[in-house]
Design a protein around this ligand. Sequence first.
Ligand code: MTE
Length: 337
Amino acid sequence: MLIKSSNNNRISENEVTDPNVYHSRRDILKKLGFLGAGTLLSTNAQANPFGWFSKKDSVQFETTPLDFENSSIKLNEPVQKLTEQGVATSYNNFYEFGTSKSAPKEKGQELTVNPWLLEIGGLVENPITLNYEDLLKRFTLEERIYRLRCVEAWSMVIPWIGFELSNILKEAKPLGSAKYVSFQTLYRPEQMPGQNSRFLGGGIDYPYVEGLRLDEAMHPLTLLSVGMYGETLPPQNGAPVRLVLPWKYGFKSIKSLVKIELTEKEPPTTWNILAANEYGFYANVNPNVDHPRWSQARERRIMGSGLNSHKRIDTQMFNGYDEVASMYSNMDLTRYY
Ligand code: MTE
């Protein structure tokens, strides 16, 4: 997150909106038998259909095609050109594995995700613990194509698979005193080398923590994701379960979740602890409020790895998800950045 981004170079935006991209991909997956396969294999049980990891013999982790055939597919926006899967899964921020963009994929493959427990507790009537199978089976999965805008001024378009966080929160029944929701990533230094060293892990005090106001957590756009591109999440993208908040800077979308807790007070958040003047609690995408060290007015849309697969485009307020605006109507967003 310490990268500088130039914001000149005003190439005109030419976002390709092509519904066929998305639908044809689903058709291909279907023809190949990857959809509706009813799979719940162990993480090693089946070869990755796209073979992303095939170059490395040492790789332990393989994703599994997800069964979301019967789900209602909701698209919240006109389908934009998707970022290539190979790019979205190899250019990552996941400091638990190191601070470079390539480290999460290089160092993350031995993360074990089954068994896994995600606890939902704190100020709730009905605490819940979900195991690995619950995460994939208990809620109806749907695919959502969202823009992801990193605070470093790059962005991608990613087809996530998951379910609304509100589904779990409603089951857990928040008490009247609950005003916020805190989130915590796995702490497992033996598999996450960045947690072993302040140098490798970017100076963060682990575990990585995040937070939302309760109304933000209950918002229909707020997704708990268990997959992307039709498969379970690879470690570098936050296996086996992560948050996805498309109207906020990417650092709010906390990965590899083990704990969700309802609280009365605003919970501490990792990047805010590290540099409060640079990273706020809200972190809504806002082209009018610059990062102290770079502009947020524009972004680099990453679609692929080729020469013409990056474009400079204008950043939109709330990353274009206007439906969230009413949650902040009484707030000065230059103060609550
Ligand atoms: N979650 C944890 N636990 N650790 C991290 O370092 N990085 C965040 C977020 N979630 C991060 C994290 C940042 S800065 C971004 S931009 C997104 O993850 C990147 O998600 P992606 O790698 O799936 O694109």
